[in-house]
Design a protein around this ligand. Structure first.
Ligand code: NOJ
Length: 550
């Protein structure tokens, strides 16, 4: 991939060479005892991330939304794009966070939720009043398609909400429906309205002026809907959720989106050293690739949806390398919407013991930090965190409560475990979600003190990656080492080659290393600080990942 001239400066290539760490602000660190994480708490823990001798060593943080919000969807329901919710702090706290991050060479990425607002946003409060006025067209209003036998209005088309039911909600005052791809309390904005667009761009410029280094774009491919809003085609054999019973031909991924993105990207690109990453909403890898541009990454969900077997990972990596050829992918194993990867992989293996969890966390981290692409770590994965169990009756995620049992996002949003204290060093009060049940023995303080911890392995991997041109930027080629349970790939940059081998199963065995580059020298093993020296063959122990150089 050839970088544009502006990207030749290494400091502006962090979108490609760096590692991003996602912070879920409610769950990271609470400074004022209200049980909810906040910006001052995050500032107090920045040394964990970068800038100190024993830091993890990441290059950027992405903050899930910190804006004022009724929090029906974890802050993805915004009432003011230009402020900070009091539960997280103030704009002054955010300024201090940006300053403290920059001092440590950590870039700050904000989450932009521009597909919808909260229904309590002042724009919507005005828009729902009447079909005239300055905000009348800020949302997607449509007349009913007709009236049923009981005189009730019928929705304009068959579009569905991702969270279940019709995507249309009736507003008696306007005698019209409004569209909500997510909760009824999250009305979709109208990107074809020039005044709305101008408001959004001015907000984006405002954050850039304030010093942020980039944005994560929430469900960006849903911004534009087909202008005429025809019904979507129904799919006879739908998937596991109602949303999958339609082909989403008209409610997302419209061709005009490319022009809209170009407008947005011009604003971002005018500021050196910035980047964006788009969150693709229920579309496949080809769509992700089509929206990509240098400095503007796009998540695909292939790796996050890959099961813990060598064959699945081989297939996923092959598919990604084919699709992303000549472009630069993002690497994600976990985020705030899905079960944490160690939990998923433990289920696959049918084991739930501590040793297996730790070995899985380290092996998975080795893949995540040595594949081609920009890794996005999810807070807590660096200590091997797993999901917490939150019964439906106590769920805090309103969106999950409204959905079927297949999705409870509270599980992956537990408070971070910093110490072995009763409240895990997360808060002096009552945490907003239960602490992880193993917080007393799985926490940052303890893992910092052990060379064999998951955290120590993450630190070693990040340091190795930072110093290795093949791992940061090299080409990737899968290799066959003659054992179906072992994933192996080469990363090559010029004459420098790195080999990664990972065993997925619980029975060890020797493999033959690729002859092209003998002799190999192991530089890192996930199963111990001491790495074996290697000849032409190497023993790969159960769940072991080894990084080798020539
Ligand atoms: C994607 C976010 O990641 C998710 O948490 C949220 O519920 C939806 N967008 C709606 O904003």
């Amino acid at each position: 991939m050839t970088a544009p001239a502006a990207e030749q400066d290494p400091a502006s290539r962090w979108w490609r060479d760096g590692v991003v760490y996602q912070v879920y602000p409610r769950s990271f660190a609470d400074s004022n005892g209200d049980g909810v994480g906040d910006l001052p708490g995050l500032i107090d823990h920045l040394d964990h991330l970068a800038g100190a001798a024993d830091s993890l060593g990441v290059d950027a943080i992405w903050l899930s939304p910190i804006y004022p919000s009724p929090m029906l969807d974890g802050g993805y329901d915004v009432t003011d794009y230009t402020a900070v919710d009091p539960v997280f702090g103030t704009l002054a706290d955010l300024d201090r966070l940006i300053e403290e991050c920059h001092r440590r060479r950590i870039r700050v990425i904000l989450d932009l939720v521009m597909n919808h607002t909260s229904n309590l946003h002042p724009w919507f409060l005005q828009s729902r009043q009447s079909t005239t006025g300055p905000f009348a067209d800020f949302y997607l209003w449509r007349d009913p398609s007709g009236w049923d036998g009981d005189g009730r209005p019928e929705p304009p088309n068959n579009w569905l909400s991702w969270f279940g039911g019709s995507a249309w909600e009736w507003e008696p005052r306007r005698q019209q429906f409004y569209l909500h791809t997510f909760l009824p309390e999250q009305p979709d904005v109208n990107w074809r309205c020039t005044a709305l667009r101008a408001e959004m761009w001015s907000m984006v410029r405002g954050w850039l002026d304030r010093g942020v280094d980039g944005f994560r774009l929430d469900v960006f491919n849903a911004f534009l809907k087909a202008a005429e809003m025809p019904s979507n085609p129904e799919i006879a054999a739908g998937g596991s959720i109602p949303w999958d019973s339609q082909e989403h031909r008209y409610d997302k991924d419209q061709p005009e989106l490319h022009d809209l993105l170009a407008e947005f990207r011009r604003i971002v690109d005018s500021r050196p050293g910035t980047m964006t990453v788009g969150e693709l909403f229920t579309s496949g890898i080809d769509a992700a690739v089509a929206y990509w541009a240098p400095r503007h990454l796009v998540f695909d969900w292939v790796l996050l949806e890959t099961a813990w077997t060598a064959a699945s990972f081989r297939a996923a990596i092959a598919a990604r390398e084919a699709a992303w050829s000549g472009r630069w992918p993002a690497i994600v194993l976990s985020n705030h919407d899905r079960s944490r990867h160690v939990s998923r992989y433990l289920d696959t293996l049918g084991r739930h013991d501590r040793a297996t969890a730790d070995a899985l966390a380290k092996a998975a981290a080795t893949i995540e930090l040595t594949l081609r692409g920009t890794p996005f770590l999810y807070y807590g994965e660096e200590i091997g965190a797993t999901d917490i169990a939150v019964p439906r009756s106590r769920a805090r995620d309103r969106a999950a409560v409204r959905m079927a049992d297949w999705w409870n996002r509270d599980g992956c949003r537990a408070p971070m475990a910093w110490t072995a204290d009763a409240t895990a060093g997360f808060t002096s009060g009552r945490p907003w979600l239960p602490l992880p049940s193993d917080a007393a023995s799985r926490n940052v303080e303890q893992q910092r003190a052990s060379e064999r911890s998951v955290l120590a392995h993450y630190r070693r991997l990040l340091a190795l990656r930072r110093g290795s041109t093949p791992l940061r930027t090299g080409e990737l080629a899968l290799v066959d080492v003659g054992d179906p349970d072992v994933l192996a790939y080469l990363r090559r940059a010029g004459d420098e080659v790195t080999l990664v081998v990972v065993r997925f199963g619980l029975r060890g065995g020797e493999i033959e290393l690729p002859r092209a580059a003998w002799p190999w020298r192991a530089v890192l093993s996930s199963l111990g600080p001491v790495t074996p020296t290697v000849g032409s063959r190497v023993e790969v122990r159960p769940l072991e990942a080894i990084v080798l150089e020539r």
